[in-house]
Design a protein around this ligand. Structure first.
Ligand SMILES: N[C@@H](CCC(=O)N[C@@H](CS)C(=O)NCC(=O)O)C(=O)O
Length: 202
């Protein structure tokens, strides 16, 4: 199995953490969406990372679809998204908030990095960052500091998505999560010590 993408990408890291959490052996080709356009597009016509190339050659794209496959194939009772019902909806809601925060954070970063200075529109960046902050604060309000995981007493995509979103906000957007979302920040620091998170540090 071959993971295409750099772990600097929150989407790629989400997949890498899920692979590690399920104990799946894989190789990784550290390609970036902008720096390695041609090769990335050979694996995903949309030109985005991550992709996951399975041993039979089938290529999966989009982090949500990839973690869904990993859960189905390797998750068993420890699937990172429950199979059905209220628990599934609750985990998917947090994952959607957090991966949506990553989408908005990257829109802000792309605007800043790919727009000529004279055409930069700071209110757009501010609005994206406000949306990121809103989503992070919603998850902050859910956190029980004494619990090891966000939900269900075990590792789910809620934790994994919250982890990558907090890292992006902190290091990519300069959101002071330690001050503004202290419980989320502390939760992420605890997760960072776990092998599946530590082993995927970019
Ligand atoms: N919804 C996708 C988003 C993937 C994505 O936006 N990846 C970024 C890297 S962080 C990328 O490849 N950007 C290049 C581009 O959009 O042209 C997922 O969950 O995998």
């Amino acid at each position: 199995m071959l993971l295409i993408g750099v772990n600097r990408s929150p989407y790629t890291r989400r997949v890498a953490i899920t692979l590690a959490a399920h104990g799946v052996a894989y190789e990784q080709r550290c390609l970036s969406g902008f720096g390695d356009r041609e090769e990335v597009r050979r694996h995903n016509p949309l030109g985005r990372i991550p992709s996951l190339v399975l041993d039979d050659g089938e290529t999966l794209i989009d982090s949500g679809a990839i973690v869904d496959y990993l859960d189905e194939r390797y998750g068993g009772e420890r699937a990172t998204v429950p199979k059905a019902g209220a628990e599934r909806r609750a985990v998917l809601r947090v994952a959607a908030l957090m991966m949506g925060a990553c989408d908005k954070g990257l829109q802000a970063a792309y605007h800043r990095n790919h727009t000529p200075v004279e055409k930069l529109h700071p209110p757009w960046i501010d609005d994206c960052v406000a949306q990121v902050r809103g989503a992070l604060l919603a998850v902050e309000a859910m956190i029980d500091p004494s619990a090891p995981y966000l939900m269900l007493g075990r590792l789910t995509q809620a934790d994994i998505a919250a982890f990558v979103a907090e890292r992006l906000a902190r290091f990519g957007l300069n959101v002071d999560t330690a001050t503004d979302m202290p419980r989320l920040h502390a939760h992420v620091r605890k997760l960072a010590e776990r092998p599946a998170f530590r082993s995927t540090d970019p």
